[in-house]
Design a binder for this molecule. Sequence first.
Ligand code: URA
Length: 210
Amino acid sequence: MQSATVLIDHPLVQHKLTVLRKQETSTSKFRGVLREIALLLTYEVTRDLPLTTVRIQTPIKEMDAPKLDGKKLCFVSVLRAGNGLLEGMLDLVPSARVGHVGLYREPDTLEAKEYYFKVPSHLDQRRVIIVDPMLATGHSAVSAVTRIKQAGATDIRFLCLLAAPEGIRAFHQTHPDVTVYTAAVDQGLNEKAYIVPGLGDAGDRMFGTK
Ligand code: URA
């Protein structure tokens, strides 16, 4: 199976990512820009959705116009930071179903531990986009995808804002069938498993916690 990582290098995405990275960006600005960038990322991650046509009447003439076809979308937020991107994603696709996976990093081992899991039914019939802004060690991303597969999903994409090369490698080793979409691949991880240069703790930055 060919593993794929898609770099979303649109100039607006790159510009907004710089705003998010800056230390001096306030919590409210961070949240607002995150919502904007989520729209743009969603635009790219849904770029190849299949279309069908529907017969419509414009004020001028009848025509066969394109409309989305196929599986319904389901967004799955990896708590808590995934929620920062989720809002912008739902702005663009308000009809999407939403699931939540709660994971925390065990401080000593950095392993992902699950504390919450709630997803819509019939995931096997949905196109699932799992969202977590930071793909660092890959532990939580790998666990989230594993759980979503156990729940029946077969058509899965993973969307993040920033990734570390180590995280992408670990992710593709376990889930070669799931494409990763990211706005940047940074240098690597520091001793606390933060992405370098990164943007710090995404959850703390969007919620103003420390
Ligand atoms: N999670 C974060 O919020 N930031 C990182 O740099 C790594 C993981």
